[in-house]
Design a protein around this ligand. Structure first.
Ligand code: CP3
Length: 348
């Protein structure tokens, strides 16, 4: 969707394209989720998390809940990064209290079975949810579509669960060609998924590389930036202007390399990343996103005020989207989120 589409001229999109605002636009990773009582109520009615993601009306409602409650500049579609491996035919489950569980990929036969042909059909409910959200929201607010980056998805697919990443890296050393093939397939699938989200009304895209940490320098291009660039190129062949944010969690010390090799318009910073150093590395034109500690947001008080003000000051020399360095945690008081919204918008 391009010029003329609802949301294309929103503050978030303009900031990503390099236009600094008097007050940075704001949205929060996991702004839809368990810190909201209305989400917990909706979640209780949708027992299976994946079925919830594939129910367009429920997913649209979850996406819109934080938009009703907070003056956020963007909604992010309620979905999950693991819908892509699921749509490629892998077994994905969400176990209560355990997070995601996948049947681990074992070898070439499993990679050969990944089936791109069903991707868009299986993910059609996600695109319908995007259409519903875009229709319900005014054009001042952007709608963000997203996907997991190839290496993050590959890690889940190889290990079968979150947390430990060592086995996935060992697998990449032991099976270099197979892992390169897997990353290329995933980059293509992610690119197609992002294109379909733009077609359904997304104004900007975020690629979550949640597991960019612990990657040796000599593997960073091969596992992280090259596959992301492949996905970015797939998107840009169809939508050359839609802005893309890359979030290399755990690799804040490599933002210069990450930005130049992926060519994303915006770089998301994690909790530990240094905003000032990222600005120095990337210059005054590249949009930075982040990076309030979700624990400061949960804690509130004077510490929260100081943390917000320090981020605003450190990012003030160029385009910035205010966000967390990771997702909102369930115990976060709504009053603290309200406070951050007002502070960032200069209202308190
Ligand atoms: O508001 C938003 O940010 C949009 C929705 C969104 C979800 N997951 C919903 C969700 C987004 C952008 C994601 C991305 C995602 N999912 C990532 C990348 C970001 C990151 O955290 O690094 C990852 C690694 C996943 C995989 C995943 N999904 C995990 C590890 C978990 C379990 C953790 C938890 O909080 O329970 C999920 C489940 C999940 N995805 C929930 C939500 C709201 C919780 C489900 C519930 O309500 O029980």
């Amino acid at each position: 969707m391009g010029e003329g589409a609802k949301g294309y001229n929103s503050a978030l999109v303009r900031t990503l394209l390099g236009e600094q605002q008097a007050h940075p636009p704001i949205w929060l990773m996991r702004q839809a989720g368990r810190h909201l009582p209305e989400y917990r109520e909706l979640r209780a009615k949708n027992k299976s998390f994946l079925d919830f993601c594939y129910a367009p009306a429920a997913a649209a409602e979850a996406t819109l809940q934080p938009v009703r409650r907070y003056p956020v500049d963007a909604a992010i579609i309620f979905s999950d990064i693991l819908v892509v491996p699921h749509a490629l035919g892998r077994d994905v489950r969400f176990a209560e209290g355990e997070g995601p569980l996948l049947t681990p990929l074992e070898g070439a036969a499993d990679v050969a079975k990944l089936d791109m042909s069903r991707l868009e059909t299986r993910l059609a409910p996600v695109y319908e949810a995007l259409e519903r959200v875009r229709a319900a929201m005014d054009g001042d607010r952007a709608l963000i579509g997203f996907a997991g980056a190839p290496w993050t998805l590959a890690t889940y697919m190889i290990q079968g669960r979150g947390g430990e990443r060592d086995l996935a890296r060992a697998f990449a050393y032991q099976n270099p060609e197979l892992v390169d093939d897997l990353l290329a397939i995933l980059a293509d699938a992610i690119g197609q998924h992002l294109i379909a989200q733009v077609k359904a009304g997304a104004n900007a895209l975020q690629i979550f590389e949640s597991w960019a940490e612990d990657i040796p320098g000599h593997l960073f291009a091969r596992l992280v930036t090259k596959p992301i660039k492949q996905a970015v190129d797939v998107v840009r062949a169809v939508y050359p202007d839609v802005p893309i944010i890359g979030f290399p969690r755990g690799a804040g010390h490599r933002v210069g390399q990450f930005h130049s090799q992926t060519t994303v318009q915006g770089v998301g910073l994690d909790i530990a990343a240094d905003l000032g150093a990222a600005r120095t590395a990337l210059g005054p034109k590249v949009c930075l996103q982040g990076n309030l500690d979700p624990m400061a947001l949960m804690a509130g008080g004077a510490a929260l005020e100081q943390a917000v003000d320090a981020i605003l000051a450190a990012a003030a020399t160029g385009p910035h989207i205010f966000n967390l360095g990771h997702g909102v945690v369930p115990a976060t008081p709504i009053a603290n989120v309200d406070y951050v919204m007002r502070r960032v918008k200069g209202l308190t």
